[in-house]
Design a protein around this ligand. Sequence first.
Ligand code: NGQ
Ligand code: ZN
Length: 477
Amino acid sequence: MYSHILDRRKREPPRFPETKTAVNTIFASRLLTSAGWASSVRMHLRDGRIASLEPGAVAQPGDEHHAVIVPAMPNLHSHAFQRGMAGLAETRGAAQDDFWSWRDTMYRFASRMTPEQLEAVAGQAYMEMVESGFCRVGEFHYLHRDLDGRPYADVAEMSGRIAAAAERTGIALTLLPVFYAHASFGGVAPREHQKRFISSVDSYARLIERCGELLAPLPAARLGVAPHSLRAVTPEELAGVLEIARGIGAAAPVHIHIAEQTGEVSDCEAWSGARPVRWLLDHAPVDARWCLVHATHVDAGEIAGMAAAGATVGLCPITEANLGDGIFPLPEFLEQGGVWGVGSDSNVHISVAAELALLEYSQRLSRRIRNVVGLNGASTGGALFQRAFAGGGAALGTGSTALVEGAAADMVSLATTEPALVCRESDTLLDSWIFAAPASAVDCVWVAGRRLVEGGRHVRREAIRREYVKALKELCA
Ligand code: NGQ
Ligand code: ZN
């Protein structure tokens, strides 16, 4: 039961005694603002926000000095529990391995996880996210029921564990409780290994209500809805979920997995006569609140439709590569002005820089050209970073939180002593971080003004790791 977490919160609001939380002044030699790079910037932080930004300033005694500060990145799609099985599905089975055989392994892992273990595994995943430069996670959370598929006494027991892990690590949370009801298109009954995921529209309404209560003490948290996929949700259920989303608020994010696999596209065509993205655009009010996760297999009309709707495409390059999904037609989507962000999805490897590098590299490999995402004369790292940042904010319900006065102080300082970053300036810093630097290029990370990472290490790393090791030993016993 997560009620102990709620009770504890009531007594003692979330805080990080390990970090400075009061007024704080930072001096950055170079800082990436919404208007581009600024030099010699003094920044005052207050109550988790940037109270003032003064470029061209002179450092004052007591200022905390950093060479380079950039915004921290939103991670728009995660299944935190899957961090615990990273590397455990890399042996080919008797038949040809694919997404669906990986999913069987993942289901077996999910079927054993207790609430305590979920909290510990999510804690490790979120800590690694923050250490790599992510400030916020969109948790697409679907492990709702107990090991036998019965509802927990509290419908939001497992969601509470996700919130507790976010609180423990300091990452900002956009919780996306998943609605899941069927094994395939046309309302096929769920399989045995899907029994922990299942909701009815009524039980989902109760879940969303409880999640709202649960997130209330976390000032940066957001709540959205997540119909899992067109495979798992009937059109009637989708309408019910969207009705529930209206109860959260007009701007509540709506996330859905879509068109990740060619098998999913052909099944959707067999069911409806239309491809998945086409079906969705024709039957749902897709707009800027929506995040279409993967959208790997799309034709020209679907690309134009997604861009025109203003939806964010949620690209998860490392997971999509790991699962053999395919390659999103990014150049064509960019031509239409499409919005996209990145997610770490299966969390097989957690890294802001590696997600962005692989996104660009998969395009280079398939198109046999270079600098695909960059505009003429502009840095590719700069373009990748700015676009992923804007799309992530749009998808997670925060809008752009670029480093400007009044914005949340969610930021990363880069270690310019890192050989890969020596003699790099402005956007070539981003190019060199993304394409050329090791993980140690991240020095400090602040979320809501709290310095959670120092010298590349989360301030709670040891304790969080201990809890993770204990949970993994239990799960692997
Ligand atoms: C998930 N993951 O929900 O964790 C899915 C697998 C499914 C990805 N699609 C389950 N990458 O899609 O049916
Ligand atoms: Zn996913």
